[in-house]
Design a protein around this ligand. Structure first.
Ligand code: IFM
Length: 404
């Protein structure tokens, strides 16, 4: 049996666009139609059903919940802030608190207001200023009720999908633009970090805890040869550590939010930079179980990464970890194995203080639509009925007892 600390945060995550439904002022809403993708439409109708969903989280013994605020609801037109939507999110946070769920609030989770992208989105240097104005509005209103903030979810996943692979809006394929976007994210986070602290200081509130949610992957070489080993090393530096290191250097992190799902096996054809960065093994030389999107299941990678993150000497919260599958026993196996990895890393000095499963319920998985099922809770998209899965009950026992 393994035991986690008493004050450990246990819960699950969602993001506004993926669960709320009806986010018609967001760039994704328009892009889905333009690109002929499945429409997020009513999503999980969480905008109306959030109390019912939080009742379920409470019944599953969660003590924390990660959510995001939809910028395009709060500021549907440039500079016009919706008091009504702000009140909605205040009620949402109150509903969490009433159920004993500690809110972890994300300010940017992939989606943008349409007006913002019409001005160049995150490529525009003024994006930082726009994001700060929105952040100011939200944080000032919620400061008394929220301690944990995540400014930006997975900045590098966003820039990679939207500006390198070109599979998310605005569908660009330019390394130069991707780097520009990353620079703006960096500056947006650092400035928002300082702003959030200043708001709390002025209001005489105790210190907030602010981070980003950094997506990390295990990069392993396919063959024991220099090319593959170097590629794995390079990718680890580039994707897992580069951004976080710069934020740590600017003292703009109170903890580190990590999102971990999978591994990538590097098998490089030749020494060209694009090969070193992109080539992966397509022959399944190192077979492991996979999720329904074909991602390798590799809990050991989380252990190894957590050991590497010790060097920052900051608390870590696993802000996402989860599996899409229609085999719910595999979901439980995934959760249990990752919890064991986390615990083993904690025994070696990793300062992990929470585990947030992705996701509380099945939801809209971006360009993949509604088919991947990540939820502890299933959704019938005809009736919007929620159904707790057996894996959720098993996870609930860990949340309740702190043991596995
Ligand atoms: O659904 C996403 C989430 O929005 C960000 N992290 C990864 C999840 C699964 O792909």
């Amino acid at each position: 049996m393994i035991t986690f600390p008493q004050n450990f945060l246990w819960g699950a995550a969602t993001s506004s666009y993926q669960v709320e439904g009806g986010n018609a002022n967001s760039d994704w809403w328009h892009w889905e139609k333009k690109a002929g993708k499945e429409n997020s439409a009513a999503a999980c109708r969480h905008y109306e059903l959030y109390e019912q969903d939080f009742d379920l989280a409470q019944s599953l013994s969660h003590n924390a919940h990660r959510l995001s605020i939809e910028w395009s609801r709060i500021e549907p037109e440039e500079g016009k802030f919706s008091q009504e939507e702000l009140v909605h999110y205040i009620k949402v946070i109150d509903a969490l608190r009433q159920r004993g769920l500690e809110p972890l609030v994300t300010l940017h989770h992939f989606t943008n207001p349409l007006w913002f992208v019409q001005k160049g989105g995150w490529q525009n240097r003024r994006s930082v200023e726009y994001f700060l104005r929105f952040s100011h509005y939200i944080v000032e209103a919620l400061a008394e009720k929220v301690r944990y903030w995540i400014t930006i979810n997975e900045p590098l996943v966003y820039s990679y999908h939207a500006y390198i692979l070109g599979v998310w809006p605005p569908q660009e394929k330019s390394l130069f633009k991707a780097l520009q976007v990353e620079e703006n994210f960096l500056s947006a986070h650092v400035k928002a970090y300082r702003l959030i602290h200043e708001i709390y200081r002025k209001a005489n509130l105790s210190q907030p805890a602010v981070s980003i949610a950094q997506n990390v992957q295990a990069f392993v070489p396919c063959r024991p040869i220099l090319k593959d080993k170097f590629a794995a090393f390079l990718r680890d530096r580039w994707y897992n550590f580069r951004f976080i290191k710069r934020l740590a250097k600017q003292q703009a992190l109170d903890y580190i939010g990590l999102n971990y799902y999978s591994r990538q096996v590097a098998e490089v054809k030749n020494w060209g930079l694009d090969h070193l960065i992109m080539d992966t093994c397509s022959s399944n030389h190192h077979p492991v179980k996979r999720n329904s999107l074909g991602w390798d299941i590799y809990p050991q990678g989380l252990y190894e990464l957590l050991l590497k993150f010790r060097k920052f000497n900051l608390p870590v919260i696993i802000t996402e970890n989860g599996i899409c599958t229609d085999d719910d026993s595999l979901r439980w196996e995934y959760i249990a194995e990752h919890l064991k990895s986390i615990h083993a890393a904690m025994e070696k000095g990793a300062l992990v203080s929470g585990y947030i499963y992705w996701s509380l319920m099945d939801n809209f998985e971006w360009d993949k639509g509604f088919t991947p099922h990540f939820g502890l809770i299933g959704i019938d998209y005809h009736t919007y009925e929620r159904k707790i899965r057996p894996s959720a009950q098993k996870f609930a026992s860990v949340c309740r007892t702190g043991t596995l």
